[in-house]
Design a protein around this ligand. Structure first.
Ligand SMILES: Nc1ncnc2c1ncn2[C@@H]1O[C@H](COP(=O)(O)OP(=O)(O)O)[C@@H](O)[C@H]1O
Ligand SMILES: [Mg+2]
Length: 593
């Protein structure tokens, strides 16, 4: 249990935010428990008063006791509810804070974390973690503490009023009960974990399968998917079964301990009533206490289980927070001063995994305002160059600079403000076209959004849609075509209006006609900007000030289109090849990979 104190401590700041409320809740808690413990006392005096019928009893006394009894019962519940009401805000706020913290952290994490992580499982970890937090806060403070308080008060009363046997029995029962619960719950925890893992796995599988709905249909693989899903469900079922069975064992054991203790206490009370050492009222009181203790003790078992579970869930969630962000701002990072946005790659080496170099000694310059193209076969490392400029990853050797400043020495915010990227694969938010375009600058006016749409050659498309800009694009933008998606991506970069433009095969999903239209638009915008254009189709970048030819992570040639053709090297060969294909198909080259 030790490392879990760390978790409990880490929750403290959330509590301290609402000192006043927490204090008020604690006062309510104590009042509720005092009222609760006094109920059996009132009952005892009532029974004893009624029993002394030998003398003249005034009706007033028992009536007063009955009223008092009723008030105490009501008070116990009322203060309990008040306590929960007062505390609710504290728990909900803590959940909100933690969810936000984890969410922000997830956005700070390296791209590779997200590429290897499954979103369905991630979302569930967060959900379970925050629920666990709320549970822990509420039950730790408002079930464990009050139950302990109640047991202590009852023990004191029993000690003062009766022979020591009663206190000893109660304390022994509580100790055995807690020990039993802890040991058995520890044993059960692995079943709970297993069930969680299986739950995550089947859920991830279902989400992934549904996201790939189209692919499943293309290959007629519904039965295969169902079979795989069912195999996970089967494992989940058996983990849940073990979970249930072990829970039944725990509950039965707990009930046995409680029943044993009650039997012993009642036997002692019966004997003492017979011998005249205890009154009828005393027996009723002992019985009432036992029933009253029975309930919170039962809850104690449940709460211990749930807290154990909550700690597991919170641990997972905070485990995400422990995940290191790969790229971090230097402690004294300054804001980037992009000026004209001159970009320089200086002897850059890079690999995603240590044993597989992707870029080797890559050097080239993009003077401010110039357009440089990077071309080469698929897998050569072109997109990787764009990612390094954007600082999704840090280089292994060499440096990437913008206007003379190493990208590692400036804040990520300021660097990314200065660069607009039209990525190779655009994924859209499941919202309207307007939302997705305006994402480039959320505060942009409607006119600016329309203007950007026009520049990206989207206006005809939008005009043909019954709902225009308000058309929803579906999950990941699946309801618009590849070319439309790319034009939306272009429009939102135009709206962002950065000094540096990165076009990663920005027109690859377009047919030749719309490509020409957009290239014209892009060239107009690119004119005042430093542009890195990544292309597979050479015809789209022949006008670049410089063309860098990349092959297997190395720069094999660079120069202007004319020079490179004259050199008759890799570029010239690629060019001839694509021209030939274009001649046959009437299109500019094949689709890029
Ligand atoms: N996140 C990643 N982890 C490991 N390898 C990667 C990752 N991203 C890309 N690669 C590999 O790096 C190489 C270059 O990728 P990329 O720069 O995307 O090529 P392209 O020139 O087609 O844009 C490819 O062989 C690819 O498999
Ligand atoms: Mg690429």
């Amino acid at each position: 249990m030790r490392p879990n104190w760390r978790i409990i401590r880490s929750l403290l700041p959330y509590l301290l935010e609402f000192r006043g409320r927490v204090a008020l809740a604690v006062v309510c808690l104590v009042l509720a428990k005092v009222a609760n413990v006094l109920v059996p006392v009132a009952l005892k005096f009532l029974v004893d008063t009624l029993e002394e019928r030998g003398e003249e009893v005034m009706l007033l006394v028992p009536l007063a006791l009955v009223v008092g009894y009723g008030l105490l019962r009501f008070g116990a519940t009322l203060f309990g509810e008040l306590r929960d009401a007062v505390f609710a805000r504290v728990a909900e706020r803590a959940m909100r804070r933690a969810s936000l913290e984890v969410f922000q952290h997830l956005h700070r994490l390296q791209l590779s974390f997200h590429l290897s992580r499954q979103t369905g499982a991630l979302a569930r970890d967060i959900e379970r973690g925050t629920n666990g937090m709320s549970f822990l806060l509420r039950f730790m403070l408002f079930n464990i503490v009050p139950t302990v308080l109640e047991i202590a008060m009852v023990a004191v009363i029993l000690f003062v009023a009766f022979s020591p046997g009663f206190v000893v029995t109660v304390i022994a029962a509580v100790v055995v009960y807690i020990a039993f619960s802890v040991v058995v719950t520890e044993w059960r925890t692995r079943f709970v974990r297993e069930a969680n893992t299986m739950d995550n796995r089947s859920n991830t599988r279902a989400v992934d399968s549904l996201l790939n709905y189209e692919t499943v249909k293309y290959f007629n693989n519904e039965a295969y998917e169902a079979h795989r899903y069912d195999r996970d469900l089967e494992a989940w079922e058996s983990a849940r079964m073990k979970n249930r069975l072990s829970l039944a064992a725990l509950n039965s054991g707990q009930a046995l301990i409680i029943a044993g203790a009650i039997t012993v206490m009642m036997a002692m009370a019966a004997i003492q009533v017979t011998s005249g050492d205890m009154s009828m009222g005393d027996l009723v009181m002992v019985n009432a206490y036992m029933i009253q203790l029975f309930m919170p003790l039962n809850v104690l078992g449940f709460v211990y289980r749930e807290i154990r579970q909550a700690l597991v869930d919170i641990e997972r969630m905070f485990g995400l927070l422990g995940e290191e962000a790969g790229v971090q701002d230097h402690p004294d990072a300054r804001r980037l001063d992009p000026d004209g946005g001159a970009v320089r790659f200086h002897h850059v080496d890079f690999s995603y995994q240590p044993d597989r170099p992707i870029l080797r000694d890559v050097s080239f310059d993009i003077p401010a305002g110039a357009k440089v193209a990077v071309v080469g076969p698929s897998g050569a490392g072109k997109s990787t160059i764009a990612r390094l400029l954007f600082r999704f990853y840090d280089v292994d050797a060499g440096a990437v600079t913008v206007n003379g400043q190493d990208v590692r020495d400036v804040t990520q915010d300021s660097l990314r403000e200065a660069i607009g990227v039209v990525p190779q694969d655009t994924v859209l938010f499941n919202d309207t076209i307007r939302y997705n375009i305006a994402y480039g600058r959320p505060e942009a006016s409607d006119d600016e959004v329309l203007q950007a749409a026009r520049l990206a050659d989207l206006d005809d498309f939008i005009a043909r849609l019954p709902e225009g800009l308000e058309t929803r694009v579906g999950e990941r933008g699946l309801k618009v075509s590849g070319g439309e998606k790319q034009r939306i991506a272009i429009a939102r970069v135009l709206l962002k209006d950065p000094p540096i433009l990165v076009l990663d095969e920005a027109t690859s999903s377009l047919d030749s006609a719309s490509e020409q239209a957009i290239l014209h638009a892009l060239n107009t915008v690119a004119r005042q900007r430093t542009t890195l254009a990544i292309a597979h189709r050479l015809s789209t970048v022949m006008d670049a000030d410089r063309i860098v030819v990349l092959d297997q992570g190395r720069v094999v040639e660079q120069g202007e289109h004319g020079e490179l053709l004259a050199d008759d090297g890799v570029y010239a060969a690629l060019w001839r090849q694509q021209q030939a294909v274009a001649g046959v198909d009437g299109v500019d080259g094949e689709d890029p990979a």
